[in-house]
Design a protein around this ligand. Structure first.
Ligand SMILES: *Cc1c(COP(=O)(O)O)cnc(C)c1O
Length: 460
């Protein structure tokens, strides 16, 4: 255990959880159309669906909430939050949003000025991709090839493939590229970090071609911690200094504060110095999210976020956070379960293409493993594979993901190492019977973000 950071907190409030019987779990899953998104959380024992808004707040955050100023305009809580965000990012203009996708729906349409423009990212997060497409753009992913080499250690698997980035810009022509989005950490590749060296190179390419850079930085603090641990020359720098250096390389910061903001709801837009863009965002935010000094949040939410952003920069917290994920990854790897190695910042990504190779990609092997894990132990994970990727917007064919991942996402400050032992034991059982699992076929499929609402039946 001493290989892993002891939690730097004690528990003041508890929420009971219970495990329903195996027969009940099998029934509930069937009623849910074999889609864990449609399960009731009360029927879930350990919920690793997401780390988004599912973490525990500190007593400092709860007490700050009592000071929320609920004024519609000019709230004191907004100015407190604005000050914190300006300090962390070094950016001039700040707007709150109700969550990350709220921030995306304000900024992305302003960047995609014409139908058919391209947005390039290391890997677009799913809602980011959706907002690019809704705005009439096309999303192109450009991740380093090491990110798909699951078994081998590479310190920055979240990086951009820089040669490919330059090739894409040349092929599509720079005036057709609306933005480059640096997703840090790279969620879809396994919460993998992006190095400052790589971001500096992306910045040079973008500057040369006059393309704005957006940081999709839901987990920028975790990314900064990895830089401190792994990148040459950064081991004595503070997390705050590394974050500041990161933000200096971009123009716009969009954040789902439900991750490294350590809150249950919230999002942020920060703009470095583009006053014109800020004015456009201010106009758009009013009908979409709310008045610019609350953007869909209550004053108390902004207070909790102002405190949470600071707490997330604490190094002991980050070490414990990253170590919890590493611990679960180590247990699985030692038992032979194929995972993205090394583990990233927020989740263990399990390679279900190798656990259930008999299931074709369009019958969703990771969804099958995910469902079996729920029946085995009441544990809810989430598919990050071909189901999530969806269909080609032009041909409507099912796209094939590079990897069929099951993501086991660890909520912040929520589960103990004992919970993770239990998760590992259940998944090892599923792994051993993986080659007997059956795939799934749709009984309902929505045209956009289908994974949230799809229903299935077992394939023959
Ligand atoms: C969660 C997330 C988003 C979207 O944020 P929501 O708060 O879920 O709307 C966008 N980008 C990344 C990288 C994320 O992890």
């Amino acid at each position: 255990m001493s290989k892993y950071q002891i939690p730097p907190f004690k528990i003041k409030m508890v929420e009971p959880i219970k495990l329903i019987t195996k027969q009940q779990r099998a029934n509930r899953l069937k009623e849910a159309g074999y889609n864990p998104f449609k399960l009731k959380s009360e029927d879930v024992f350990i919920d690793l669906l997401t780390d988004s808004g599912t973490g525990a707040m500190s007593h400092f955050q709860w007490s700050a909430m009592m000071q929320g100023d609920e004024a519609y305009a000019g709230s004191r809580s907004f100015f407190r939050l604005e000050k914190v965000v300006k300090n962390i990012t070094g950016y001039k203009y700040i707007l709150p949003a109700h969550q990350g996708r709220g921030a995306e729906q304000i900024i992305i349409p302003e960047l995609i000025k014409r139908e058919g423009m391209y947005v390039i990212s290391n890997i677009h997060f799913d809602t980011t991709r959706a907002h690019v497409e809704i705005a009439g753009g096309r999303a192109i992913d450009c991740a380093t090839k090491e990110c798909f080499d699951l078994d081998n250690y590479y310190p920055f698997k979240g990086n951009f493939d820089l040669d490919k980035l330059e090739e894409i810009i040349e092929e599509k022509k720079k005036e057709n590229v609306a933005a480059i989005i640096m997703t840090i950490t790279n969620n879809s590749a396994g919460g993998q970090p992006v190095s400052l060296e790589n971001m500096r190179a992306v910045n040079r390419i973008a500057r040369k071609n006059d393309i704005p850079i957006v940081i999709d930085g839901a987990r920028y603090a975790e990314n900064s911690f990895f830089i401190k641990q792994r990148e040459k020359g950064y081991d004595s720098k503070s997390i705050r200094a590394i974050a500041l250096e990161t933000f200096a390389l971009a123009d716009i910061f969009l954040m789902s504060a439900k991750k490294d903001g350590l809150v249950n709801i919230g999002g942020l837009i920060a703009i470095k110095d583009d006053e014109e863009l800020f004015k456009k965002a201010q106009i758009r935010i009013i009908p979409m999210e709310g008045f610019p000094t609350y953007g869909g949040l209550a004053g108390r939410d902004m207070e909790a976020l102002a405190v949470g952003l600071e707490e997330a920069l604490d190094e002991n917290y980050l070490k414990y956070r990253i170590d919890e994920v590493r611990y679960l990854g180590d247990l699985l790897k030692e038992a032979g379960v194929p995972i993205q190695y090394p583990t990233g910042g927020h989740a263990v990504f399990v390679d279900c293409g190798r656990i259930a190779p008999q299931i074709p990609y369009d019958q969703f092997p990771a969804q099958a493993v995910c469902n079996d894990l729920y029946v085995e132990g009441g544990i809810r994970g989430v598919e990050i594979g071909s189901l999530l990727l969806g269909r080609d917007p032009d041909t409507k064919e099912n796209l094939q993901a590079d990897k069929e991942f099951l993501r086991l996402t660890i909520p912040r400050r929520t589960y103990t190492f004992e919970h993770l032992n239990y998760v590992a034991n259940c998944l090892i059982k599923v792994y051993k019977r993986g080659k007997k699992l059956k795939g799934l076929k749709f009984t309902y499929e929505s045209p956009i973000l289908r994974h949230f609402t799809a229903r299935f039946e077992p394939a023959e």
